[in-house]
Design a protein around this ligand. Sequence first.
Ligand code: G3P
Ligand code: MG
Length: 256
Amino acid sequence: MTAWPYPYWIAHRGAGKLAPENTLAAFRLGASYGYRMFECDAKLSADGTVFLLHDATLERTTNGSGLGGQRTWSELSQLDAGSWHTPQYAGEPPCSLAALARFCLAGGFALNIEIKPTPGLERETGAEVARQAAQLWSGAAVPPLLSSFKPEALAGARASAPHLPRALLLDAWSDGWLQTAVSLGCCAIVAHHRLYDAPSVAKIGAAQMRCLSYTVNEAAHVQALQALGIDGIITDRLDLFAPALRGAPGGPPTHA
Ligand code: G3P
Ligand code: MG
């Protein structure tokens, strides 16, 4: 990927902690803060629907229990994914990738789909997320960026939709990380913000990849990353960082 089509600021899980993560209510709120790109966590239901859930289990963010991936979409869509957050979101349902695609395409928003497989289903989740994403975004000007901590998931994604851009997520500079990203045809590394320094940024750039960073919630960390020339920031702090100020003096650089 030569021209980078994604905005600099990316709202984590829709609206960080300001709304129930990975629900449409969160993406709507994120958009109201001026964000033009979102990150979400996607996995497979028992009957093959791609839906949004960060954890493997349902307890933390819904009124359900057990592994999310063992429920059908019809069961999942009946759950309350909002009450855990605040009463105002009671009844907010889990979100399918199809619904989020409609929202993003209608509003002109870009999306980073983090493939978050139910443990043991890495490759098939990557393959199916990519297959459905390719269908949902078919003909779109800006494709979704697929990312994962799991190389097997990215391998599955490449096998089923090689044209969709991929990024390797890293929480440490694990052995062979650069070679893994290169061999998976990744266009970006998405690393924990504390990992970056000038040598790592240079190494990624020399491999023709972009550097993105998660989850950056403090102004001092944003400044340090900008000084290093990072290409994108995933944040929870929609209330602190305003994408509308892109390019303003002292603000982040202007991107597409
Ligand atoms: O995709 C960036 C970030 O979301 C990765 O960590 O645990 O918040 O999904 P996590
Ligand atoms: Mg995530």
